[in-house]
Design a protein around this ligand. Structure first.
Ligand code: PMV
Length: 327
């Protein structure tokens, strides 16, 4: 008998990249979830399989043996999950083997936080299986460790939102604060289908900062102002202003070279179809864009993004963070 846990994907509404330099970001959990099922094995091995990526492997005594898929890719994607499971095993004090199966409706490497959502779900499912008392803070910390293996120096924004859900204001030094957002935030998410690595995008921004420190400082200040104004707009339910702020935010990201042709194409088509604002979300360089839209224009914007080649869907905010699913 296994235990299943799930965690939501996310979009960054404002502040990606700038958050790495200590600025605030606003993130939203969306109604697409990653699932992990954990069960006990009769030996001490750790078997992990991702059903949608068709990869699987066994970790034993520090060694990895691929069972399915490309060995390099399997190791890269499964290693963080092994780390999450082992952290929970450490807390439990148990020395048991596990089978972990992950499945996800979240596109990978697209800026929707799939790796963090899967890591949170793994931590919660293993914890529940072994009856470990874990707070959401504990799950967050474990998913954050896993994310560090995947991304080098992540800000922690992804594991935070996939663990806590809702809308969060996130800042590296002060942590995260839930925002009480009452208004519905109708969004179209368009996936360019171009996969990219967050760490490569983060290093692009670092080179701009190293070359143009003063300009970069001014950009950071502007990014901060955008987030501060966006908090008010979110609380007031002022979608029109939010859309304008998203456009400003995207302009800054574009200036830092983290947008690309595939994103610009989808962003422009959304704006032309009447979106209130549109921007890339996450690390950029491909991945996803988001468009904020009046409810009555959702379908029109969705179709426009699809017609421009995006794999698009309508997303809703979810308040549910990581959770153990009823058996
Ligand atoms: O594209 P994602 O989901 O990996 O998000 C990256 C967000 C960045 O701000 C670019 C990096 C970070 O660690 O916050």
């Amino acid at each position: 008998m296994g235990v299943v846990a799930s965690a939501p994907a996310k979009i960054i509404l404002f502040g990606e990249h700038f958050v790495v330099y200590g600025e605030p970001a606003i993130v939203l959990a969306i109604d697409k979830r990653a699932y992990a099922k954990a069960e006990l094995r009769n030996d001490k091995k750790l078997f992990i399989r991702s059903s949608n990526l068709n990869i699987a492997g066994i970790f034993e005594n520090g060694n990895f043996k691929v069972e399915e898929g490309n060995p390099k890719e399997a190791k890269m994607r499964l290693e963080p999950l092994k780390c999450a499971a082992e952290k929970v095993l450490e807390i439990s004090g148990e020395k048991v083997g596990l089978n972990i199966e992950v499945s996800s409706t979240v596109p990978v490497a697209a800026g929707l936080g799939s790796s963090a959502a899967v890591a949170s779900a793994v931590a919660a499912s293993v914890g529940a299986l072994l009856n470990v008392k874990m707070t959401k803070e504990d799950v967050f910390r474990i998913a954050f460790e896993a994310e560090k293996i995947m991304h080098g120096t992540p800000s922690g924004v992804d594991p935070a939102i996939s663990t806590f859900g809702g809308t969060l204001l996130f800042q590296m030094d002060t942590g995260f604060k839930p925002l009480d957002v009452k208004v519905d935030i109708p969004l179209v998410i368009g996936n360019t289908g171009v996969e990219r690595l967050t760490r490569v995008q983060v290093s692009k921004v670092r080179s701009v900062r190293d070359k143009h420190p003063q300009i970069f400082e001014a950009i950071l200040r502007t990014a901060r102002e955008i987030v501060l104004r966006a908090i008010e707009a979110l609380i007031e339910g002022d979608l029109e202003t939010l859309g304008e702020l998203m456009n400003f935010n995207h302009a800054l990201l574009y200036g830092l070279s983290v947008s690309d042709e595939s994103l610009e194409w989808l962003i422009n088509s959304a704006r032309k179809a009447g979106a209130l604002g549109a921007k890339l979300t996450g690390a950029g360089g491909g991945g996803c864009m988001i468009a904020l839209t009046d409810k009555d224009k959702l379908e029109k914007v969705l179709e426009a993004v699809q017609r421009s080649g995006g794999n698009a869907f309508i997303a809703r905010k979810t308040d549910e963070g990581v959770r153990v699913e009823p058996s």
